[in-house]
Design a binder for this molecule. Structure first.
Ligand SMILES: [Cu+2]
Length: 307
């Protein structure tokens, strides 16, 4: 089952702006990334491989130092123009990374966004390293559990201008009609994923990502709230399929998507996105979905692996 263009527009409004051409700045970001220059980065940190694992924390456990470092690093990325460049990567729909674009987009959604978070996290750490050269641990992307209220420390923090207009972005809505997932919705997404797409002849990975991205149904056939619905619940620029990363909560939201995928992967080690050829390469980067399958291999973990 594939979503139509109309549903695409309904999910995230304002799909009318042309994505900007991505220039040399982007090239620089791509080639300086953590995966390609892994060794160099380890040298910079002066740590051994076993301690090089980054830990992404629950945003609830962010202390005052973490909050200040995170916000300062974001502000620096905005000042340096890097935040805008990274946002524009998400505005380039040729990457085919959402299920609303069809079957291949559905299969690329999780791997592409895992790679996207790594690109952002590396930029964030570079900014943090410049601002806090003495810091023992650099900032990582925190995750926001959807059952928790909107992160209190991010209330009112919307510093990035709209990447096209340059104007301040609309404030967040933080309300229905779209719902945030409840604890039982999340349990259903992870443990009853085989119940999605009951009429279709598809593999388990497709059923799982269909639910997690936000196209699924609860057992009573009502909408199963997940990733898409949280975008719409937050509202403001988070409701925009191209420019949602303008809101810093995008990173916390997608870290939770990535964490839930990781939790599911541990329970279902045999299910992977079935992609071949160019479809399997998470452009603009070089890694394939297979190379992005394990967060341990990629060098990071989540503070908690409970639902
Ligand atoms: Cu998203």
């Amino acid at each position: 089952m594939v979503h139509t263009a109309k549903e695409h527009v309904d999910l995230f409004s304002e799909v009318t702006v042309d994505p900007k051409k991505i220039g040399s700045e982007l090239e620089e970001l791509i080639t300086s990334n953590r995966l390609i220059e892994e060794t160099k980065l380890k040298d910079t940190r002066g740590v051994t491989e076993s301690t090089a694992q980054l830990i992404r924390k629950d945003q609830k456990n962010f202390g005052e130092n973490d909050v200040v470092a995170f916000k300062n690093a974001i502000n620096k990325l905005i000042e340096d123009g890097i935040y805008k460049t990274i946002t524009e990567m998400h505005a380039d729909m040729s990457h085919n990374m959402h299920g609303s674009m069809g079957r291949i987009g559905l299969l690329r959604f999780l791997s592409w966004h895992r790679r996207y978070l790594l690109a952002f996290e590396e930029a964030l750490q570079n900014a943090d390293r410049t601002l806090r050269p003495q810091a023992e641990t650099l900032i990582t992307i925190p995750y926001w559990r959807w059952v928790d209220p909107f992160p209190e420390w991010l209330q009112g923090f919307l510093p990035a201008p709209h990447p096209v207009t340059g104007n301040p972005v609309q404030s967040r809505k933080l309300s229905p009609p779209d719902l945030k997932p409840s604890a039982s919705d999340i349990d259903f997404i992870i443990n009853d994923f085989q119940q999605q797409l009951p009429e279709a002849n598809v593999d388990g990975y497709s059923r799982f990502t269909y639910g997690l991205e936000g196209f699924g149904r609860r057992a009573d056939n009502s909408i199963l709230p997940a990733h898409n619905q949280v975008h719409n619940w937050v509202g403001g620029i988070m409701n925009n399929i191209m420019y949602s990363p303008t809101d810093p909560v995008f990173w916390l939201h997608h870290a939770e998507v990535d964490r839930l995928w990781h939790i599911w992967q541990k329970k279902n080690p045999d299910f992977h996105p079935i992609l071949t050829g160019n479809d399997s390469v998470m452009d603009p980067w070089r890694e394939t979905s297979v190379q992005l399958a394990s967060i341990t291999v990629l060098g990071y973990s989540y503070e908690s692996e409970s639902l």
